[in-house]
Design a protein around this ligand. Structure first.
Ligand code: ADP
Ligand code: ZN
Ligand code: ZN
Length: 724
């Protein structure tokens, strides 16, 4: 009888042994259902055990081994093993994160191609030619015919009016393509710029082995085109390509571009917004090698890829590559490890690389390719600061910005007012008694949402109606204080009654459908002034957008987090990069009380390198990453004492075994101490070298897992934390 070692999604850093009468080496990497406690759990067989190691008489038997799906390969098990080790997370939790829920539950999963390739049929062409009454089906057909097919069914479904795809198939207007032809075939290609060509050639000529590239290209320089060319070469060699993007919100545009370029290739999307079935199906297609390109957000880094030839990480600096709960992995860093493991090249692309990556490139650990020119536009936008110190602002809008908006409006061009704060106002307050709308569960204010007349906490999500009078003194004249996107939107609508003002933030784009509808509206030129948060900052390409106005950015200059300036610079450079990407020149206006601040000065000159040198200098003298390596132990409980007490105890344990050079700080309450009724504290551990820190963490955490702690206490470790 065989004994299988099963990783179960349980917060304990161990695997569990079960008896399995018919299990063999071939079952390693398969999902199983096993009895656990009084119930049943699903997990993954990570190894077979030697009978001698365990007391077989006490073993329970597995209930079911999922054999309908091919087992996950050894390199995949190594990958999750690495993530568990490096981030000091229970292996079962890493597996649970990496596997789509459907597979994990060991349900039957169909790997069938339920996403067939569709092409315009003869009947469809006739329908387009003949005069017809407008219908949903016809509208969809026309939308499709405007581009070049073929299309994946799922892609069509996701389009506006995509529900009609079934109808199109029934009427025979679209037909399933049986012989998809050459999967490497591409549509007409634009001629590369000299810099693009140099980058493609450099990566290409370096050959198939592991190498990390930084593709540092200014906004609009055509990094995507470089990715696509590199991908094409890999597909031609019969290899798979993994392409990571920071946010689901960015996938529709890119998906469309990739699908258009490689019409006959099997492009699979993987992100958390997918329904269970679709995610499992994509994962299995990657696993069986049927997927040619896997395109996805951070969790796609766990797609098994037997023919992997290249990894691309777009906007590598983006914070959303780092998971901020549970297993706190960085998909970018895991991707680099994976490229090394599989001995394939990896390209990290960004206009504003993270300082860590930029530092590696400077030290020639990463190979650097630079795109300094925009592909289409003649030049980068002109960036200017508007000194607001002596100006009278109208709801935060300076006269100069208003004039610039009016000018764009007169020319029929689009503008974006960027403000990274959604809602109407960040707080409601009473001028009579000083009452402010605090969240009852968090150390944060409740944000005024005038659109639906609610007060809402952006941290825990709790909300309630806006009170008619001050809850503390009864004063009826309570005021929203400060400004969010809704307030700017309202004021702009008053100032420019002839303009179509469109707000683009997480409240306006709750679902992917809403988000796509907004993007379509902007692309169709049906909006004149956009008011947007950082959702608008990334990756989008709107040729008619020529002005970006930045308001209320100064707060981040003085934030306590040492990464705040880096993030601000990245954000402003990215959002500014939306301006003037097409034939029309762009302009960026930054309202600030610190026009001489070096950060803004570097920004105005588009000088990322100068900014990065300055920021790295500061980090070096302050002893921050990348010159040190950090891990953060966080604890939370209903009462702060309990959390701090645990961290003190953990600190004591650490001090007994800390190697030389390891710095253990004092436990401190987190900046936002209270979140969702829990008080939070943290303890920073730091070392100059990664190796000793990792060795220490392994030993320390093994001890921590064995401590008996108060039942209401929770703790987690965060390796390479982004927020300290
Ligand atoms: P980035 O991601 O570097 O900001 P994009 O990849 O979005 O830039 O490219 C910016 C614009 O330039 C897009 O509209 C793209 O289609 C276009 N473009 C890129 N490369 C070329 C090229 N070689 N010739 C013509 N247009 C290009
Ligand atoms: Zn009051
Ligand atoms: Zn709250």
């Amino acid at each position: 009888m065989a004994i299988v070692r099963v990783a179960l999604p349980i917060p304990l850093p161990q695997v569990f042994d079960y008896a399995a009468a018919d299990a063999s080496e071939a079952d390693v990497g398969r999902c199983v259902k096993v009895p656990f406690g009084r119930g049943e759990r699903t997990g993954l067989i990570v190894a077979l055990a030697e009978a001698a190691e365990v007391d077989t008489t006490r073993l329970k038997a597995v209930h079911h081994i999922q054999r309908a799906v091919p087992a996950l390969p050894a390199d995949w098990l190594e990958l999750v093993g690495f993530v568990a080790r490096y981030y000091h997370a229970p292996i079962g939790e890493v597996v649970a994160l990496a596997l789509p829920p459907g597979l994990r539950r060991a349900d039957g999963v169909s790997a069938e191609d339920e996403d067939p390739l569709l092409a315009l049929a003869a009947a469809g062409r006739e329908a387009l030619a003949a005069p017809r009454r407008p219908s949903k089906a016809l509208a969809l057909l026309q939308a499709l015919a405007a581009g070049a097919g073929p299309w994946r069914r799922a892609m069509v479904r996701d389009m506006a009016g995509g529900e009609a795809v079934g109808e199109l198939l029934r009427r025979g207007w679209l037909a399933v393509v049986v012989d998809a032809g050459d999967p490497h075939a591409t549509g007409a290609l634009p001629a590369l710029t000299a810099e693009q060509a140099a980058a493609v050639d450099a990566v290409d000529q370096a050959g198939p082995g592991f190498r990390t590239w930084l593709l540092h290209g200014v906004t609009g320089s055509g990094k995507t085109e470089v990715y696509l060319r590199l991908a094409a070469r890999m597909l031609a060699q019969g290899r798979q390509v993994l392409m990571l993007v920071p946010e689901i919100a960015l996938t529709p545009q890119l998906e469309a571009r990739v699908a258009q370029r490689f019409a006959a290739a099997n492009v699979v999307s993987l992100h958390s917004g997918l329904a269970d079935g679709a995610r499992s199906r994509g994962f299995v297609q990657a696993l069986t090698g049927r997927a040619d390109i896997v395109l996805g957000t951070r969790l796609a880094v766990f797609a098994p890829l037997p023919r992997l030839g290249l990894i691309l990480v777009d906007e590598e600096h983006d914070a959303s590559y780092k998971q901020q709960e549970g297993v706190r992995y960085s998909a970018r860093d895991v991707a680099v490890w994976r490229a090394r493991q599989r001995d394939v090249p990896i390209v990290l692309g960004s206009a504003t690389p993270s300082l860590e990556t930029w530092y590696h490139a400077r030290r020639e650990r990463y190979a650097l390719q630079t795109l300094s020119q925009r592909a289409l536009a003649a030049s980068l936008p002109v960036v200017r600061c508007i000194d607001t110190r002596r100006l009278k602002l109208d709801e935060g809008l300076s006269p100069a910005l208003q004039a610039a908006l009016a000018q764009r409006l007169a020319r029929g061009e689009q503008s974006l007012v960027f403000l990274n704060r959604r809602g109407y106002a960040p707080v409601l307050s009473c001028p009579a008694c000083g009452w402010v709308s605090r969240c009852p569960h968090c150390s944060a204010n409740l944000v005024v949402h005038l659109a639906d007349r609610r007060l809402r906490c952006h941290h825990c999500g709790c909300d309630g109606p806006i009170p008619p009078a001050c809850p503390s003194c009864g004063n009826q004249d309570i005021q929203p204080f400060g400004r969010g996107t809704q307030r700017i939107e309202a004021r702009l609508a008053e100032l420019f009654p002839q303009a179509r003002v469109l707000r683009v933030d997480r409240d306006a784009a709750r679902t992917r459908k809403q988000w796509e509808a907004l993007l379509d509206t902007i692309a169709a030129g049906e909006a004149d002034i956009l008011v947007g948060t950082q959702m608008m900052a990334k990756g989008h390409d709107f040729p008619k957008l020529t002005l970006v106005g930045v308001i209320a950015a100064d707060a981040s200059l003085h934030a306590a987090d040492f990464r705040a300036p880096e993030r601000l610079f990245q954000q402003l450079m990215q959002v500014g990069g939306r301006a003037g990407r097409g034939a029309l020149p762009g302009e960026v206006l930054i309202q600030t009380e610190y026009p001489a601040h070096p950060l803004y000065q570097h920004l105005a000159r588009h000088d990322f390198d100068a900014f990065a040198r300055m920021a790295l200098q500061e980090r070096r003298s302050a002893g921050f990453p990348p010159f040190t390596h950090q891990a953060m132990l966080r604890a939370d409980a209903p009462a702060l004492d309990v959390a701090v007490e645990f961290l003190r105890h953990a600190r004591g344990l650490a001090q007994e075994r800390a190697p030389e050079g390891l710095r253990i700080f004092d436990p401190v309450p987190m900046r936002m101490t209270r979140l969702a009724r829990r008080e939070r504290a943290q303890l920073l551990v730091e070392a100059d070298q990664r190796g000793p820190l990792q060795a220490f963490l392994a030993e320390w955490l093994a001890l921590l897992y064995r401590q008996r702690t108060a039942r209401e206490l929770r703790w987690q470790i965060d390796v390479d934390p982004l927020e300290v």
